[in-house]
Design a protein around this ligand. Structure first.
Ligand SMILES: NC(=O)c1ccc[n+]([C@@H]2O[C@H](COP(=O)([O-])OP(=O)(O)OC[C@H]3O[C@@H](n4cnc5c(N)ncnc54)[C@H](OP(=O)(O)O)[C@@H]3O)[C@@H](O)[C@H]2O)c1
Length: 244
């Protein structure tokens, strides 16, 4: 009997896999099109999309056969990451049809994020569609799935209070840190931020918006600290230490 096609998601996330494993599997945006091409060349895969962020690496496919399709994608993930299938299997989750759809809707709504309701993931889901369009289309089913997930993500944010309060890892970290400090000390306290990459800069911006303007930044190299100093002129970057 001929098997029917399934929508499937095979992936791992901050809830199922350590950062070292997520880093090995991560696919930078510039390589999404190539990855989609390789996945669609597998025998039982008709359509594919890659959702690769700091917190998750998920592959959505339309598979002609659930079992064979899943196996091919797992082997592809193993080949691209260098992680044996036996090890990957312990951290992967696999969902099919309505479960896969519900999962993407939850991801898009920020319900599966480390910080509930964070907004960056919705932009990342949108980016998957944008990159798909620029490289010839994701395929009709996956394209529909992602567009519906974007609609769901927007509705959840506009019709509920999920995005009130801390809505990113950096803002949550700042709120948590400031809970330890009486408000009267915000202006005079010296705050230590380790790292001056994108996250470090966001932390400094959040601290600054809360009134903490004296910040010690520790970073491997000086350039990024200098760039932050230039951009955030109202913040006093007191010391920049090199860890080299
Ligand atoms: N960006 C996001 O929205 C986001 C969201 C959630 C989680 N995260 C996670 O947060 C972490 C930082 O992300 P990011 O976006 O801020 O990265 P990034 O912009 O690339 O910054 C990386 C930082 O780490 C330092 N670094 C890198 N390799 C190093 C090494 N070998 N020795 C010492 N320092 C080193 C860099 O120093 P130099 O300036 O000297 O290069 C820089 O300060 C990552 O684990 C990421 O997965 C990021």
């Amino acid at each position: 009997m001929k098997e029917r096609s399934s929508i499937a998601v095979i992936g791992l996330s901050v809830h199922t896999a350590p950062v070292e494993m997520r880093e090995k599997l991560a696919i930078p945006e510039a390589q999404w099109s190539r990855a989609i091409g390789e996945l669609c060349n597998l025998n039982h895969i008709e359509e594919a999309a890659v959702l690769s962020t700091c917190n998750r690496m998920e592959i959505y496919v339309v598979a002609l056969s659930w079992h064979r399709g899943i196996r091919e994608v797992m082997e592809w993930m193993s080949k691209t990451s260098g992680i044996p299938v036996s090890e990957l299997r312990e951290h992967l989750f696999m969902l099919r049809d309505s479960d896969a759809t519900r999962h993407l809707f939850e991801v898009s709504a920020g319900l599966d994020s480390l910080v509930l309701g964070e907004g960056q993931i919705l932009a990342q889901v949108k980016q998957v569609v944008r990159v798909g369009q620029d490289s010839g289309g994701l395929g009709k089913n996956i394209d529909r799935l992602f567009k519906d997930a974007i609609t769901a993500g927007k509705r959840v944010r506009s019709e509920t209070n999920i995005s009130s309060g801390a809505v990113s890892v950096s803002s949550a970290a700042v709120e948590l840190a400031l809970m330890k400090l009486p408000k009267a000390h915000f202006l005079s306290a010296r705050m230590l931020v380790i790292g001056a990459g994108k996250m470090g800069k966001l932390v400094i911006k959040h601290l600054s918006s809360k009134g903490c303007k004296r910040i010690v930044v520790v970073n491997r190299s000086a350039e990024k600290v200098e760039a932050i100093r230039e951009e955030l002129k109202d913040v006093e970057i007191i010391t920049s230490l090199s860890m080299r």
